[in-house]
Every structure is written in C-alpha cells, then in structure tokens.
Design a protein around this ligand. Structure first.
Ligand SMILES: [Mg+2]
Length: 143
C-alpha cells in the first residue's frame, strides 16, 4: 500500500471486489442487512435464480416510491467482465423508455423545473469503481 495514491488504492479495491460483494453493498443481503439503496429509501428487486427466465434482464430493479423513480442496473466486476449481447439489449431498451418518458413529460408539463423531469426511468451498467467513488450514491440520492 505504501506509495499508492488514493486513486490507485481505490482502483485496486474495485478490482478485488466481486459482483456479489457489489450487489450486497447496493441492495444488502436481507431484511436485517439493508444496502445503500434501501438506506436511501429504495425498494430493491433482484431475481435470485434467473436460469429459467429470458436472458439478459438487469440484475437490479430499484423503485423509489416517494421520488417516482425507477432504476435498472446490470452489475459487473471491475475488469474482464462485459455485458452479454442480451444484457446490452435490455439496457438499451430500458434506457430508451426513460428517454421517451422524459420527452413526454417535457412536452406535457412546462411548469416543472427541468431537474425534476430528468431520470425518472434510467438504466445503468455499474462496476465496483462506481460504488467506491460515490457515483452510485449520487444517482440514488433523492433530495
Ligand atoms: Mg451481472
């Protein structure tokens, strides 16, 4: 560790984190062990066994009832792990739904500030670095 910068240390931490550890940090491991998402007021869904379901649906579905937001996230290790074509297909499709919803709201309600119309539905690919550098918390934090 001697001689490592903060960034190098964080990168090394990220590369050592498994997808299961990343998931546990975000949605916890059960009712008594909530993750970041639940602590910020989100309901979290994860399909425990997806082997008999259509391929590629994102690992996490998060809903914030108060804020009226819906987030989909595919989780991957930091390195040597890329989304499958089926996963990319779902993320792209879900992201496009978000864009359309935002566009619709833009045209319907001219009175709300822009920030409140953005990101009601969004889809992400999250790796450990996004957890460690605060990116995920920034996305999930509801003001
Ligand atoms: Mg995954």
């Amino acid at each position: 560790v001697i001689g490592m910068s903060v960034e190098e240390y964080r990168q090394a931490q990220a590369e050592a984190m498994t997808e299961a550890q990343l998931q546990a940090a975000i949605i916890g491991t059960g009712p008594r062990a909530p993750g970041l998402a639940q602590r910020l007021g989100w309901l979290a869904y994860h399909t425990h066994r997806s082997d008999r379901s259509p391929a590629g649906f994102p690992d996490l579905t998060l809903v914030h009832p108060g804020a009226g937001r819906l987030v989909f996230a595919e989780l991957k290790r930091q390195k040597r792990s890329n989304p499958t074509p089926a996963q990319v297909g779902w993320l792209d499709a879900l992201e496009r739904v978000g864009d359309r919803i935002n566009d619709d709201l833009y045209h319907e309600s001219a009175y709300e500030p822009l920030a409140e119309r953005l990101g009601r539905v969004s889809a992400y690919l999250w790796r450990p670095l996004a957890l460690l550098d605060g990116t995920i918390e920034g996305i999930l934090r509801v003001s």
